[in-house]
Ligand binder design. Structure first.
Ligand code: SF4
Ligand code: SF4
Length: 296
């Protein structure tokens, strides 16, 4: 099946038919016929196009608490969509069937107009549309159009993201989001390089922009991987940043990891470790809203 492609935003021509995508910090230089690291933004004849626009491959109704959001439309249902592709390369990715997937000609996909997403959400009694599962940044053009359609029907919008985005794109996408849950995967540049193939600074910049300039509701999720990002120092560095740049009332979620995809060197996160981090944040650091997730 030949997929329709959609003109991309956030790119420039580089000569010799190449284009540079400016959506995320990778700034991929893509030759004609090639695609970026995320696998869904393509150079077609010297123009950047999005292959994921209109082609969500995961659609589901979730409780909003599953995003996880605990301080936004509590006990409501959210219409969740995700596509293929991601701009980070987390070795522990728990959604790798989507994040590392690529659209293939031999498969059949269903095209959804942005308005159709909003109508489906409304029809199923959802209070919001969530852009989630893989990284919504890579289908940012579709996020913008579906968010507009959702707002026209009186629905709220939710972004569940790694925040690995350039501010030029964030300025167009983030003001359309009523709430966000952002993954902060660890709190050092070395961790982001080793475990995610990315960098931390653009993430903190984007979160601060959303919280402080856009004024959006943000909750943060930190996947605790034993022996990798659970040191007292790293947790305190993270809490210091949240407290000083976002506010101590920012809802924090610490979630349990299980071995997945390319990474199995750490054991499942013990419950005691999650409780220790939660107690430290609550009792020692006075954060009022600290939650645990992925607990079986
Ligand atoms: S969004 Fe995709 S194509 Fe664009 S810079 Fe990031 S990884 Fe590369
Ligand atoms: S950012 Fe999320 S979806 Fe992308 S690779 Fe990392 S864990 Fe997977």
């Amino acid at each position: 099946m030949e997929l329709k492609v959609h003109p991309a935003r956030w790119w420039e021509k580089e000569g010799e038919g190449k284009v540079r995508c400016l959506l995320c910090p990778r700034k991929c230089l893509i030759p004609d016929g090639g695609c970026g690291v995320c696998a869904v933004r393509l150079n077609r004849g010297g123009e950047l196009v999005s292959q994921s626009y209109g082609y969500p491959v995961a659609l589901q109704i979730d409780p909003i608490e599953k995003k996880p959001l605990r301080h936004f439309l509590p006990r409501s249902a959210t219409f969740s969509i995700g596509t293929l592709g991601c701009n980070l390369k987390c070795v522990f990715c728990q959604n790798h069937h989507l994040s590392r997937g690529a659209y293939q000609k031999r498969l059949t996909y269903r095209y959804f107009e942005p308005a159709e997403i909003a109508q489906l959400a409304k029809r199923h009694g959802c209070a919001s549309v969530s852009f989630t599962y893989n990284e919504p940044t890579v289908f940012g053009e579709y996020v913008i159009d579906a968010a507009d359609a959702a707002h026209e029907l009186g629905l709220k919008t939710v972004l569940v993201s790694n925040a690995y985005i350039n501010l030029e794109a964030a300025k167009e996408i983030y003001p359309l989001m009523d709430a966000a849950n952002i993954d902060v995967k660890g709190f050092s540049e070395a961790y982001y390089r080793e475990m995610c193939g990315g960098t931390l600074k653009p993430v903190t910049d984007a979160v601060e922009f959303y919280r402080n300039t856009v004024g959006g509701h943000v909750e943060l999720t930190y996947l605790v991987i034993p022996g990798k990002n659970d040191s007292d120092k790293m947790i305190d560095d993270y809490l210091d940043w949240v407290e000083s740049r976002l506010g101590i009332d920012t809802p924090l979620h610490f979630t349990a990891y299980h071995p997945d995809y390319q990474y199995s060197e750490s054991p499942r996160t013990p419950l005691e470790l999650l409780y220790k981090i939660q107690n430290h944040a609550l009792a020692d650091r006075n954060f009022p809203n600290v939650y645990l997730g992925n607990i079986c």
